[in-house]
Design a protein around this ligand. Sequence first.
Ligand SMILES: Nc1ncnc2c1ncn2[C@@H]1O[C@H](COP(=O)(O)OP(=O)(O)OP(=O)(O)O)[C@@H](O)[C@H]1O
Length: 700
Amino acid sequence: MPDAAGDPGRPVARDDPAADAAGDPGRPVARDDRAADAAGDPGGRVAVGDAVFGAVDDSGASAARGDGGAAADGTTMLETGGDGELDVPYWLTSTQEAANTGFLRMLRRLPHLLKDAWLLAWRAGPGTTTAVLVLQVAAGVAGALGLISTVGVFDGLLQAGPTPERVRAAVPSLVLLVVALAVRGLLTNAATATHGRLSPAVYEAAENRLLDLTTRVDLATFDDPDWRDAMERARDRGIPAAQQVVDFGIEVLTNLVGLVAAAGVLAVLHPILLPLLVLAAVPSGWAAVRAARLNYRSELKLIAVWRRQRMLAYLLAAREPAGELRAFTVRRFLLAEVARLLRISTAEEIRVVTRSVRTNLYGQALSGLISGLAYLVLLWLLSTGRMELAVGGAAAYAINIGIGKLRELAFSVNRVYEQGLYFADFQGFCAMSLAHAEPSPELRAPAGFGEIRLDRVTFRYPDAERAAVDGITMTLRRGEIIALVGENGSGKSTLAAVLAGLYRPQQGTITWDGVNVSRFHPESLRDRVAVVMQEPTRWPLSARANIAIGRHDRPASLAQVQESARAGDAHEFVMELARKYDTLLSRHFTDGADLSGGQWQRLAVSRAFHRDAPLLICDEPTANLDARAEHEVYRRLRDLAAGRTVVLITHRMASVREADRIFVLDHGRVVEEGDHDELLAADGIYAQLFTLQASAYQSA
Ligand SMILES: Nc1ncnc2c1ncn2[C@@H]1O[C@H](COP(=O)(O)OP(=O)(O)OP(=O)(O)O)[C@@H](O)[C@H]1O
């Protein structure tokens, strides 16, 4: 959805090449937020009220007063805040622990991280992954050969004797050096090209895995705030991190091969040089890791700010709120709030960059000093005759190469570590989702049923104090129209969702002809159910696809789709659209059309008719329909009920009259049951509700 609104969600590492390429190192790149945007939840966990009204400083508030935020008495109705703006939210504390991981712990974690990342790469493309590994190692070996041959070159050139002879002695090593460097160049280029294919494949695999797991968990998991937080973090940062851990993992490998070669040469030339080389790399490695942690911690703090800014940017740019935004003249207020959030994140980013640069500077200065020490030791070895001049030349060259490789290794390890912190979020989400995945028994639900029986079924939402459906026992027979009525919040929709197999009851059983539905594969059960939701999804597809999606797995001719549309009373208005059934139903695209609430509802009813399932559940299917359309839909529902079971939820008591049996719910329990006449005679809640509505009509 809000692509146009920019993308504050991606906390890209400051040395992230992708971000650099986009010319925007710390700020978000659009790609990884598409999933978040498509999910229609631009603000993540942050409630609109919190985001817009929770913390506005004086400048924001006064700007807002200009046209939207002022209370009548001249005081602002907006709370001030700001000091705690960059506190890490409580729900990120576990991630913050990750940010505090020590250097040695990080080194211990590294192999595990790399293994997981390579596993992902392997899944994305086993052939390409192998090719990248082989080419990189081969290029490293060629580079090592080049280094070894330089020893031969020095050896030849610096030996005693006349110059032509010394040059001649160096020629074979020189030829080997040139060949090794040429081969290394070729292999490196081939590796880069192959890597170019692997990297997007890893991104794709990570995104697919995330979406697969997100859609595999049961519906109740979506109400679990911990899972939702984990999903937001994995979606925002975990996916690009997966790709980057692989990318930087390749860098680690390449530098490691080069380093082993340099270290090997040094160890052969003189053993004392090797520890000096390692020592020289420690300070810059330490500084790199420290800088990575600084970045990560700062991004943790900024996540909430980024999300809020993204949500507001979405509200400013999206079509849906555009009318209200103007009607309430809140434009300047929202702009001021976005500007304030941007100021906060910019200030924090500048602070972190300054501290990172300072840390790296200290580390590199110390490394430089130790490198100088290594060269001094070398001079001492030469001056005291402990090392020959020819060997000394080669050693100086190897030290130079070795220090370069060590520094690069430290940086690539740092990058893997930094991205590894985010990748851990991705892995954590995958593990959590697998734990929440629905059980998938083999048994398929039967094509139809004679009787569905609920026995003391109870369902409670996560963290809810009381059950939304509380010990309900009822029987639904084939061919019946069953109505569920009751006041708002009495549990009707929840019961419908339980019946549809969307929620699994925590207590009690549901059986289809005596078989417990928990024994059926959940998708096979849902396949036998058609649902018209209270707020049907407005799929940004053509009118035809919006209906045919009800049975997307079975090809449908236009005639069949039209038949379903007629049943849902949608055919007439679809034929009036510019491109009839081919009209794209989304204003977000050129030539797209939008429908009224009632028309969307008729499409949803048509979709349910098209699904042609033995159990049809309609949750207030006619709430937005005009009187004629409502009458038509109920007439067709009655026709459809023959051979099927229809569960109807509605507040329109006149529509309930015709039901074979009516269940009245109150606080999740069935408090009355019977047909219309029986319930009127009982003179309970149903009779009250019915009489109330009837009298309203009569007096109107
Ligand atoms: N996703 C959810 N998470 C937590 N609680 C929920 C959720 N959905 C509904 N509830 C709660 O469960 C209870 C039953 O809600 P439900 O939507 O089933 O009622 P309803 O009878 O369909 O209401 P209405 O007539 O307003 O549609 C209410 O107390 C509601 O607040």
